[in-house]
Structure formats: structure tokens, C-alpha cells
Design a protein around this ligand. Structure first.
Ligand code: FES
Length: 142
């Protein structure tokens, strides 16, 4: 790409971003994620089971917790809750098709939180869960 074309394309992106069009298109990309935003109450997070009507996985974003929690419905009806904090150097993990990855140094974890690729050596933090009155309760214990 020649210099003139590069500058022209870069300026077009700046105009789009400043007009909010880029932000709108990025938001529509994020709309495909299964995200549930909630609050922590008494070291517990409550997620309605109805959130799993169309998917076996929900990304949970607690209001006062820096990291997201990956909540997965298992075949036996139980739920697995994993703290999506990389065990190498505490970076937020992102969901992949078959687990989670860390964009900082490349660690990867499977859906059960086991390390697939280092440098991380320890599995992800797992929280206990229970189903009560149509809700999944995640217990935020140490
Ligand atoms: S912080 Fe995740 S691999 Fe280093």
C-alpha cells in the first residue's frame, strides 16, 4: 500500500470513530456475546436459569468484581463457575470456541479451567455453585 492510500484510509477510520459509527459497529460485534451483568450480594452471585435457554455458556460480569466469571451448564444439570483471571499474571481471559485464552502471554485453558498452553501452570479458580428456586447461585469463596 502506498503512503497516500494508507493516510487516506487512516483518516477515514478517524472520521468514523469520531462520529460514533465505529463505536456502533464494535457494539454490534459485542452483541453476539452471551453476557449477564449483575451484582454481588453477600459473597454470592445469582444468575437466573432462564439465562441458559439458548446457550450452555454465559459470561457473567459482576459489578464490583474486576474479572468476569464463565458460567457453564453441564450435561447433568449442574453448573461450573470459573474466574476468568489468568493464573500466570492475573490478566482477564477471553472466551474461545473451546475454552479461554490470555492475550498477554498466550496461556490457554480448557472449559474446565485446566491449562492447555503455558506459561500459566495452575488451573483457573473454580467457585462452587448450587441451584436454588430457578437460579444458579455462585459462591465467591476463597
Ligand atoms: S498473564 Fe496470562 S499468560 Fe501471562
Amino acid at each position: 500500500m502506498d503512503r497516500r492510500k494508507f493516510i487516506k484510509q487512516s483518516c477515514s477510520l478517524c472520521v468514523l470513530a469520531s462520529s460514533g459509527m465505529l463505536a456502533g459497529s464494535l457494539a454490534s460485534c459485542a452483541a453476539g456475546l452471551q453476557v449477564y451483568k449483575t451484582k454481588i450480594a453477600g459473597k454470592k452471585i445469582t444468575v437466573p436459569i432462564s439465562q441458559f435457554a439458548n446457550s450452555d455458556f454465559r459470561l457473567v460480569q459482576p459489578e464490583n468484581l474486576f474479572y468476569n466469571i464463565g458460567l457453564k451448564k453441564e450435561k447433568d444439570g449442574s453448573y461450573t463457575a470459573l474466574l476468568l483471571r489468568c493464573t500466570h499474571a492475573d490478566n482477564q481471559l477471553t472466551q474461545t470456541g473451546n475454552g479461554f485464552k490470555c492475550t498477554l502471554h498466550g496461556s490457554a485453558f480448557d472449559q474446565e479451567g485446566r491449562v492447555i498452553t503455558g506459561p500459566a501452570e495452575r488451573p483457573l479458580k473454580r467457585y462452587s455453585t448450587e441451584v436454588v428456586s430457578g437460579n444458579v447461585i455462585i459462591h465467591l469463596t476463597d
